[in-house]
Design a protein around this ligand. Structure first.
Ligand code: UTP
Length: 410
């Protein structure tokens, strides 16, 4: 059996210009070689065919999409909130924390959620998120199931961290972990990198596969038995993230849209943020580098930018639509990252600059698979404090300032 696989793998690697892996295999003992080929057999080597192709190729024609604005939300807050709380109390809302990323820009040793944002006390990113969710569960008087996506690289550490901190007071029965898939990583010449003598370098395959990974982990029956109809997906690194926000849930349900996305008004026309808009009449996200000068600066009659609303990785998807699209392939993004690797002479290198590419699918591309998506504006300084870098823009430093601005004692 192994023999057949090995031949297929050899052929697949050779066809993709990866015969250096076979050269390495030749110097391994039988057990090591079996391990290497078994790993290669599980990897999606077809991803390598994406090199040199942009995921943004073949985009359709873009048009602006307005948002339900902060002002309108304030006027209808009671109605939205009551509707959202009803849905939460009926068990219709679940939350999905995307925590499988490697946070290479931040460079923290361990899962990003274990970063301590406290200054005079301990306050972890995971703790901030649980605190934010707890505000909702206290108002609703019931728990919201929280599904946490990890990767092979950080699953054990993430689980142990939650256990060690008693789930930050959250009801453990409402927390589930599931593991996302991995993808191979290559150097700038498109050659697979090795992690150690008998392991090809892999990294988590992006945040776009979260729902199919939930299904593979066998979580669908539980979602159904709990009566979940909506899943609020969010990123680990925004410490001001409002999770299962009743107002957002209520507004999305009342809008009749198939999905909802939290957005913030752009700080300036050139801000590097993906903007929620329409593409061929369906909701979609246009990246800042895909926008023409005309799109970036175009304004509506009231003076607001036409492409004004940047996404903050907080979406509400309906479970029934997710089930319909679970097998639809998402575009693969080839992204430059720092990838630790082992040289041919066996030296382990942890680069401090990007040295190759990873292959990722992104949750934002799921928006285009929706018939409609409510663009729901939130106040940036109250709900958006991402921690991507150690200092500067979207950093630990900027997030701490925003937490303090919102009355959180650090
Ligand atoms: P980012 O795009 O910031 O990626 O993830 P990252 O890997 O965490 O960080 P960098 O780019 O290497 O510095 C946005 C969100 O998606 C999650 C992250 O954990 C974060 O919540 N994510 C990202 C996954 O869950 N899986 C992935 O494969 C990638």
């Amino acid at each position: 059996m192994m023999q057949i696989n090995e031949q297929e793998i050899r052929a697949a690697l050779t066809a993709r210009g990866q015969s250096h892996i076979l050269d390495r295999a030749a110097s391994l003992n039988d057990a090591e070689r079996d391990k290497l080929f078994a790993q290669a057999a599980k990897l999606n080597l077809g991803l390598l065919d994406q090199l040199g192709k942009g995921a943004e190729e073949g985009r359709g024609s873009f048009a602006p999409l307005g948002a339900v604005t902060v002002g309108e939300i304030d006027r209808r807050r009671d109605e939205f909130r009551a509707n959202g709380l009803d849905a939460i109390r009926a068990g219709k809302v679940g939350a999905v924390l995307l925590a499988g990323g490697q946070g290479t820009r931040l460079g923290h040793d361990g899962p990003k959620g274990t970063v301590n944002v406290g200054v005079t006390r301990e306050l972890y990113i995971f703790e901030c998120l649980i605190n934010n969710l707890t505000k909702v569960t206290e108002a609703a008087g019931c728990s919201v199931p929280l599904y946490i996506m990890t990767s092979e690289k950080n699953d054990a550490e993430t689980r142990a961290f939650f256990e060690q901190h008693s789930y930050f007071g959250y009801d453990k029965d409402y927390i589930r972990f599931f593991i996302q898939e991995m993808a191979p990583a290559v150097d700038y010449d498109g050659k697979l990198l090795m992690e150690d003598a008998c392991t090809i370098s892999t990294s988590p395959n992006g945040n776009g596969g979260w729902f199919s990974s939930m299904v593979s982990a066998g979580l669908l029956p539980e979602l159904k038995s709990r009566g979940v109809e909506w899943l609020n997906v969010f990123a680990v690194d925004n410490v001001l993230q409002q999770i299962a926000d009743p107002c957002f849930v209520g507004a999305t349900i009342l809008s009749g849209c198939q999905a909802g996305a939290k957005v913030v008004a752009k700080a300036d026309p050139d801000e590097r943020v993906g903007v929620l808009c329409l593409e061929d009449g369906r909701p979609s996200i246009v990246e800042y580098y895909e926008m023409t000068e005309e799109m970036r600066t175009r304004r509506e009659a009231d003076g607001t930018l036409s492409y004004n609303y940047g996404v903050i990785l907080n979406y509400l998807f309906s479970l029934s639509r997710l089930e319909e699209i679970v097998n639809t392939e998402l575009p693969v993004h080839v992204v430059e990252k720092k990838i630790p690797y082992m040289t041919e002479s066996g030296e382990f290198v942890k680069p401090d600059q990007p040295n190759g590419y990873k292959f990722e699918t992104l949750v934002l591309d799921m928006v285009h698979l929706q018939e409609s998506c409510l663009s729901y504006e939130v106040v940036r300084d109250e709900e958006f404090a991402p921690i991507k870098n150690p200092t500067g823009v979207d950093s630990l430093v900027s997030a701490r300032a925003l937490l303090e601005k919102n009355g959180i004692v650090l």
